[in-house]
Design a protein around this ligand. Structure first.
Ligand SMILES: [Zn+2]
Ligand SMILES: [Zn+2]
Length: 616
């Protein structure tokens, strides 16, 4: 449902059942009314549309003769502050329909009359704020003085009335609203920071990946540095899966359409799939999921209860249709690699397997620096396959697993997949943003459709249950999240280049070369910058490339007979001193890499900027 539809829903006739708003939603909704009150007082001809709360504030749509200017918005914000100061009560009123229509018509609020006609009952519920009145289900704060911290977005947006193209185009003013000034300031800071960290921008600046017109929208080209990070992620992922008693499998990118008919994808998932490919008169489908392949592997043998569970894992690349309008960098793409696995187990093993996956998720995400999550349990959607009993069993297993691990979760009604309920884990990044990554889905549907079996203790055939799971989600999206989480300053174990060696001048090129060779020998990913550029320029460049360490070799360091001395800079901490023995740093970098430390926390705190390198 779009936010517009949702908002229209909440302006239904009084008495219509509707979920209770949370305190912050009520606060933001009242802030939207505050905005509308200010606008209608400053621009009496403005017609109000709808004004719901959003995730970080509110918006309100207005039909006006000309677009709002930045000066208008400043004036509106001032007016809002004034109304807050006046401490106007926000009062609920019931008005007979005919009277309400008359009242809103007199105020020139034609759009509101339209909403009242469509949605209101005999008694129209309204809220007032001084002279301002709105047709609204509420609830609201008792008075404007409760609104403590808000800010309007500098640019209004355009929106169609009721979200329908062809309807009048309205001016949508967005605002941020928080309980306190501190929270608002933090949020505004985070938004600025998010812009600075945008993975599309950093992807270009750090030369990590690209999307080219020649290859097509939503299709990612991993450049060498991004490719290296992906290799690190994949290596770790494979190692952990082998340790976790998974088997690694591989499957093709296309399959006979019959496979997708059996799985139900052509029936339930068609909108997300590309057109079939004709091969010698047989239709083949580009895969939107890996599941049917792993199922086919399971089916390749007669399985016994003693062998279960099977855990088949694959970094499987899938292709799904996304409208060009919604594609977004690495976050929303048309081809991506899932860190997928399918577990085939007995019913009595299901809960333990889910708990195992939950623990695995926690460990895996921790290695990348994510330790805070929101967990959602998604239940049966309207369009679903399978029996009620199967859905109940599956949902209960997920619920019990979460509870046995003491995990708090929110139920997301109707958001399960067509084949089963699921747990979604949204990680919180360094800017408090949530990203959907991990998912655990229980499935009775596919084992039934594919007639999966194992021979039980009783010698008879039984149906196993399937768990679909991804820990990182997709490598593309996860990489996007990683880039923004670290602002491109990747931890040592992921950094494509861990250190740059920089000679102060030509005279130290040889000595610097020896330092680089020693680092390389120790297994550190090092680059020698012996271009004939100024030292300061090279340091700045290494800094912009977010290389963790810079080793500078000057006259004193080069003159040391052991060839062991360097000046050290860290990308965040700056100058760490000169004439320091190299082996110390080799040990440290090696140790932090092996530990997959997510920060080089032990380096001394940033010092005030001195001469680059602090070299003698
Ligand atoms: Zn309202
Ligand atoms: Zn699957």
């Amino acid at each position: 449902m779009s936010d517009v539809e949702e908002a229209l829903d909440t302006t239904g006739p009084s008495g219509e059942s509707k979920p209770a708003d949370s305190p912050i939603e009520i606060y933001r909704h009242s802030s939207a009314h505050l905005l509308a009150a200010a606008v209608t007082e400053l621009f009496p001809e403005a017609q109000c549309g709808i004004g719901p709360p959003t995730d970080d504030g509110f918006f309100y749509d207005f039909l006006v003769g000309r677009p709002f200017t930045p000066e208008d918005l400043t004036a509106i914000e001032k007016k809002m502050a004034h109304i807050v100061k006046q401490n106007r009560p926000i009062e609920k009123k019931f008005i007979p329909k005919a009277e309400a229509l008359d009242l809103f018509a007199k105020k020139g609020q034609t759009l509101k009359c339209q909403l009242i006609t469509e949605k209101a009952g005999e008694q129209v519920q309204c809220y007032t704020m001084g002279d301002f009145i709105d047709f609204c289900l509420g609830p609201h704060l008792p008075s404007t003085k409760e609104i403590k911290a808000f800010k309007l977005k500098p640019e209004p947006a355009a929106a169609y009335w009721k979200g329908k193209e062809g309807n009048p185009s309205m001016q949508r003013i967005y605002g941020y609203a928080f309980f306190t000034r501190e929270e608002l300031d933090q949020h505004l800071h985070n938004l600025e920071e998010a812009k600075r960290r945008d993975h599309r921008r950093l992807g270009r600046e750090l030369d990590l990946f690209s999307i080219a017109d020649e290859t097509g929208a939503g299709l990612i080209l991993w450049h060498p540095k991004g490719g290296f990070i992906r290799k690190q992620i994949e290596d770790y992922w494979r190692d952990q899966h082998l340790k976790g008693e998974y088997d690694l499998v591989y499957s093709p990118h296309i399959a006979n359409i019959k496979l997708w008919n059996t799985s139900g994808h052509t029936e339930y998932y068609k909108a997300n799939m590309y057109s079939p490919i004709d091969i010698e008169g047989v239709e083949y489908q580009l895969k939107p999921m890996n599941c049917p392949f792993h199922i086919t592997i399971y089916r390749s043998h007669l399985r016994s209860y003693r062998e279960l569970p099977f855990r088949f894992a694959e970094l499987g690349t899938v292709y799904r249709f996304e409208r060009s309008g919604v594609l977004h960098g690495l976050m929303r793409v048309r081809g991506f690699t899932q860190d997928d696995a399918h577990i085939f187990c007995r019913m009595d093993q299901l809960e333990a397997e889910i708990v195992r996956v939950l623990d695995f998720v926690t460990d895996m995400l921790k290695a990348f620096g994510f330790e805070r999550y929101d967990i959602y349990l998604s239940t049966r959607p309207e369009k679903a396959s399978g029996t009620d009993e199967g859905w109940e069993l599956a949902t209960a297993a997920l619920r019990k697993a979460l509870e046995s691990r003491g995990r708090a979760y929110t139920v997301d009604p109707g958001e399960g997949t067509f084949y089963g309920p699921k747990i979604d884990i949204k990680i919180k990044d360094s800017l408090e943003r949530s990203w959907q990554c991990s998912t655990i889905q229980v499935d009775f549907h596919n084992p039934m459709r594919f007639e999966l079996e194992y021979i039980g203790e009783d010698g008879k055939a039984h149906q196993p249950v399937m768990v679909h799971r991804a820990l990182l989600g997709s490598l593309e999206r996860f990489f996007g999240v990683l880039i923004e989480h670290y602002a491109g300053a990747f931890p040592l174990w992921l950094a494509p280049t861990q250190a740059v060696v920089i000679p102060v001048s030509e005279a130290q090129h040889e000595a610097a070369g020896r330092v680089a060779a020693r680092l390389r020998e120790a297994g550190i990913r090092v680059r020698l910058d012996d271009r004939s550029e100024k030292m300061g320029y090279k340091i700045r460049e290494a800094q912009l490339q977010k290389v963790p360490y810079m080793f500078v070799v000057g006259k004193v360091e080069a003159a040391d007979p052991t060839g062991n001395l360097v000046s050290v800079r860290h990308r965040a901490a700056g100058d760490l001193g000169s004439s320091i023995p190299l082996p110390e740093w080799i040990d440290k970098i090696t140790r932090l890499t092996v530990q997959r430390a997510t920060s080089e926390g032990e380096v001394p705190a940033a010092q005030p900027a001195t001469q680059p390198g602090g070299v003698s």
